[in-house]
Design a protein around this ligand. Structure first.
Ligand SMILES: Cc1cc2nc3c(=O)[nH]c(=O)nc-3n(C[C@H](O)[C@H](O)[C@H](O)COP(=O)(O)OP(=O)(O)OC[C@H]3O[C@@H](n4cnc5c(N)ncnc54)[C@H](O)[C@@H]3O)c2cc1C
Length: 230
């Protein structure tokens, strides 16, 4: 970030610098390190989800199947009186140091996406691991044996940003620097966030109340490998 008298007034890039009246910082889990260059501490953590994709196969998953192991991630299920963690936990999760957000989805191309082992690396790391691949393999073998011989095309990981209260930070955090980051459900929240950011840049009143997303709310630190829950 380029600063002048405490205000952010541009960014440095590989090929030089760009001056700006307002800088919008919306870099997912990478936001924290970039904000630190302007002296701002944003308590945003990273949750890694790994995914394996098969080669295209005849349509058989329509369109998405969640398995029982996914229930521990959602308060919707955990808060049910009859829900017991031990019924929705398997040995390979602790052996591989992950929790399984168990789901399959099939794209119109026929690719089936298999996932998602979740963990919390201490540093941002969007590389899949052998432990993650082993967990997916075990999960398919146990719960979806019809896919054991599926040809595999590729494996990757994404890192979801999140905050301690699961709401993003959408605010002008110092003069000239608007942050929009920490969206754990960013696919769903992206369009409305874009609208709010455009209103903040123009100095207009956001069309919805964003007090829960303000930077000055009491946000605890995140990380340390502790799972976040939705
Ligand atoms: C497997 C998986 C399943 C998911 N399922 C859902 C779902 O069902 N529903 C849902 O709502 N969300 C879902 N998400 C979460 C969703 O993907 C994220 O919440 C969303 O991507 C966050 O958006 P973002 O724009 O804040 O960050 P990102 O999508 O991470 O985008 C940040 C961008 O900043 C760029 N960047 C970083 N550093 C720099 C730099 N120095 N200069 C320039 N660019 C930089 C990065 O390359 C990246 O393109 C899922 C995520 C995963 C991994």
């Amino acid at each position: 970030m380029i600063e002048s008298g405490g205000d952010v007034c541009g960014v440095t890039i590989d090929t030089g610098s760009i001056e700006a009246d307002v800088v919008v910082l919306a870099a997912g889990v990478w936001t924290r390190a970039l904000a630190a260059t302007a002296g701002v501490d944003l308590p945003i953590g990273g949750e890694r989800l790994q995914v394996m994709a098969t080669h295209p196969l005849p349509m058989q998953v329509q369109p998405l199947v969640y398995g029982p192991l996914a229930t521990k991630q959602y308060s919707l299920f955990r808060d049910l009186p009859s829900w017991r963690r031990e019924d929705f936990t398997v040995a390979y999760e602790s052996e591989q140091g992950i929790e399984m957000l168990q789901l399959l989805a099939q794209r119109p191309t026929g690719e089936i996406l298999l996932g998602c082992p979740m963990d919390y690396p201490s540093e941002i790391d969007d590389r899949p691991t052998l432990d993650g691949v082993a967990a997916i393999t075990e999960m398919i073998g146990q719960d979806f044996p019809g896919l054991r011989s599926a040809p595999i095309d590729r494996v990757w990981a994404g890192v979801l940003p999140y905050t301690a209260d699961l709401a993003p930070v959408i605010d002008e955090v110092v003069p000239g620097l608007v942050v929009a980051a920490g969206h754990v459900f960013g696919n769903a929240a992206g369009p409305v966030t874009g609208r709010i950011v455009s209103q903040l840049i123009r100095g207009a009143e956001p069309q919805i109340d964003i007090s829960e997303c303000r930077f000055d709310r009491a946000l605890e630190q995140v990380g340390g490998g502790a799972p976040t829950r939705w």
